[in-house]
Design a protein around this ligand. Structure first.
Ligand SMILES: [Zn+2]
Length: 275
C-alpha cells in the first residue's frame, strides 16, 4: 500500500516534468531551428505550422489531464470508515451500511478512499480513479499525449538530423543511434544538450506508443460496453449496440467530441445521473 501511495505521488510529478521538458525543448530549440530553413515563406513556414500543431496537441493533452482530475468519480458513500475486520464500509444515501464493493459495478478504491460507480481503474499518472464521469477525458488525454509525443519525436529527429548531419533513412538508424551517441558523448564529440535530446527521443517513442496502445485498448472496452474492472472480475458485457456504448461515454455528439475534446465536457451518462 505504501508503494502504491508513493507511486500515486511520483507518477503525476514524472508526467508534469516530462511535459515541462518537452515544452521547453519544442519552444526554445526545435521550433527556432525550423525558422533557419531558407526554403519556406515566413507566413506558412514549417516552424509556425509545427508550433500551432504542437500547441493544439499539448493544450488538449493538458486540458484533458486537468478535466480527468476535476471530473473525478463522485463518492457514492457519504463517508467511508473501517468495519469490524478493518474492511472499508460505506454509508449509502438510503441509510444502509454495506461493504464498499457490494453494489454491482461499484468499487471501493483504497488510494482515493471512496466508492465509485462504473469504476474502470485507478490511474497513477492523474492520481485519480477513472469512472463514468471522467472516462471520456481520460481517453482524450491518452490520445493527445500520444500524438504530442509522436509530434515531439518527429521534431526531435528533424533537429538531430540537421545538427549532427545524421540520416534516418535507414530503418536501423534508430537502433544504432543510442549506442553510437553514447560512445560519441563519452569521447567528447557530442554536447550534453544533444545527448539529452537523443535520450528524449526514446522516451517520447516509448510514452507515445504506450499511450496509443492504452487508448486503443480503452476504446475497444468502451465499444464492448465493458470496464477494465469488469474484465478483471470476469463480468460479461451487456449485449448492446456499439453506438449506444460510445454515446454513453462520449455523448450524443461523439464524433464532434472526438474532434474538439475540450468543448464537450462530461458524458451523457453523467448528465443523466445529475438530472
Ligand atoms: Zn482511486
Amino acid at each position: 500500500m505504501l508503494v502504491l501511495r508513493f507511486l500515486n505521488v511520483v507518477a503525476p510529478a514524472y508526467f508534469l516534468c516530462i511535459s515541462a521538458v518537452t515544452f521547453v525543448l519544442q519552444i526554445f530549440l526545435f521550433i527556432p531551428s525550423m525558422f533557419k530553413d531558407p526554403s519556406t515563406t515566413p507566413l506558412f513556414s514549417s516552424a509556425l505550422l509545427h508550433g500551432a500543431l504542437f500547441l493544439f496537441l499539448s493544450a488538449n493533452a493538458l486540458g484533458n489531464y486537468i478535466l480527468v482530475i476535476q471530473n473525478s468519480p463522485e463518492d457514492l458513500s457519504k463517508g467511508s470508515n473501517s468495519g469490524p475486520g478493518g474492511e472499508a464500509v460505506a454509508n449509502w444515501p438510503d441509510g444502509s451500511r454495506t461493504s464498499g464493493a457490494a453494489l454491482p459495478g461499484t468499487h471501493f478504491c483504497r488510494l482515493c478512499a471512496r466508492v465509485t460507480q462504473r469504476h474502470d481503474h485507478h490511474c497513477f499518472f492523474t492520481g485519480n480513479c477513472i469512472g463514468s464521469r471522467n472516462m471520456r477525458n481520460f481517453v482524450m488525454f491518452c490520445l493527445y499525449t500520444s500524438l504530442a509525443c509522436l509530434d515531439s519525436l518527429v521534431a526531435g529527429v528533424a533537429y538531430i538530423s540537421a545538427v549532427l548531419s545524421t540520416s534516418f533513412a535507414s530503418p536501423l538508424a534508430f537502433l544504432t543511434l543510442l549506442p553510437h551517441s553514447i560512445s560519441q558523448f563519452f569521447s567528447g564529440a557530442l554536447l550534453s544538450s544533444e545527448m539529452f535530446v537523443i535520450l528524449m527521443l526514446y522516451l517520447w517513442l516509448g510514452i507515445g506508443l504506450a499511450c496509443a496502445g492504452f487508448c486503443c485498448h480503452q476504446m475497444l472496452l468502451i465499444l464492448r460496453g465493458q470496464t477494465r474492472y469488469q474484465v478483471r472480475k470476469g463480468t460479461v458485457a451487456r449485449p448492446r449496440p456499439w453506438r449506444k456504448n460510445l454515446q454513453e461515454v462520449f455523448g450524443k455528439r461523439w464524433l464532434l467530441g472526438l474532434l474538439i475534446p475540450v468543448l464537450n465536457v462530461g458524458s451523457d451518462y453523467h448528465r443523466q445521473k445529475e438530472k
